[in-house]
Design a protein around this ligand. Structure first.
Ligand SMILES: Nc1ccn([C@@H]2O[C@H](COP(=O)(O)OP(=O)(O)OP(=O)(O)O)[C@@H](O)[C@H]2O)c(=O)n1
Ligand SMILES: C[C@](O)(CO)[C@H](O)COP(=O)(O)O
Length: 238
């Protein structure tokens, strides 16, 4: 079985709105529902689990009913960090599923994840045993020195850089064991599975990502999301 684990337990401090950004409506639909629709639509996804903020469970079930998210099977509470939220989801899934089931972890606030990105995550998982969506770096990148924010220290060759996104696909047994090990080592704030795996000495294998697979972090990102939604049917873009 393939299960999508969507994180939606962030408070959205950077958006500074009255409600968490994943529940902000864009075109009469909460941002999180756009994300859920992408996984609902994908033929390889069997079930969906969402880790959500305390108090938002019933609201999420109601939205899932309204928008036809029939694959939603688990709604559970997240934790105080992204890593803890993922771990809570994994604990719930491990209790009901097999170690060999496949978990595709995705930020609930990346609503424009495409069907191709989800497919490629599974393809690379089959090939390498795990997959993390990533994109090349198109800008020149410099490292700065501590306290010298306006001065360059050295540049990094961007040909050797990758910017990671979600989805992250792992075998349930493997990602659960990694979280257990991280907890034992006192690693508590690594929501990105690739960073967690690196800390445990394990490699990351990249799958397709996209500039459009943006993570909504700020109000500006909501504006970009809205613009991308309206340009979705631009058939002149190859
Ligand atoms: N304790 C947390 C923190 C974050 N997340 C989720 O992890 C993803 C990435 O989080 P990010 O947007 O970076 O953080 P937020 O907490 O949502 O926002 P902010 O950092 O502005 O407070 C989001 O889907 C968010 O809901 C989570 O499930 N549990
Ligand atoms: C997992 C993630 O999408 C990066 O690849 C996410 O942004 C990580 O969250 P963090 O809390 O900003 O590390």
């Amino acid at each position: 079985m393939n299960i999508a684990l969507l994180t939606a337990s962030g408070t959205g401090t950077r958006t500074n709105q009255d409600i968490p950004k994943q529940f902000i409506h864009v075109d009469n639909k909460p941002i999180l529902i756009y994300t859920l629709e992408a996984f609902q639509k994908h033929p390889n996804i069997d079930e969906i689990c969402v880790v959500v903020l305390n108090g938002w469970e019933k609201i999420l079930w109601a939205y899932a009913k309204q928008f036809g998210i029939t694959k939603l099977k688990y709604v559970i509470n997240g934790g105080s960090t992204g890593q803890e939220s993922i771990y809570n989801g994994l604990i719930e899934l491990k209790a009901s599923l097999s170690e060999d089931d496949v978990i595709i972890i995705h930020d609930g606030n990346r609503p424009l994840v495409s069907q191709e990105i989800i497919t490629d995550s599974f393809v690379k998982y089959q090939q390498f045993g795990s997959a993390v969506a990533a994109i090349p770096c198109t800008e020149v990148v410099f490292v700065i020195d501590v306290g010298k924010t306006n001065e360059s220290m050295k540049s990094i060759n961007r040909d050797y850089l990758r910017r990671t996104q979600t989805p992250h696909t792992y075998k349930l047994g493997e990602i659960y064991a990694a979280h257990e090990e991280a907890n034992k080592l006192g690693i508590i704030n690594m929501a990105a599975s690739c960073s967690l795996m690196e800390a445990l000495g394990k490699p990351t294998f990249f799958s397709l990502g996209s500039e459009k697979n943006l993570k909504i972090s700020t109000v500006e990102d909501i504006q970009i999301f809205r613009a991308l939604l309206y340009s979705k049917n631009d058939d002149w873009i190859k």
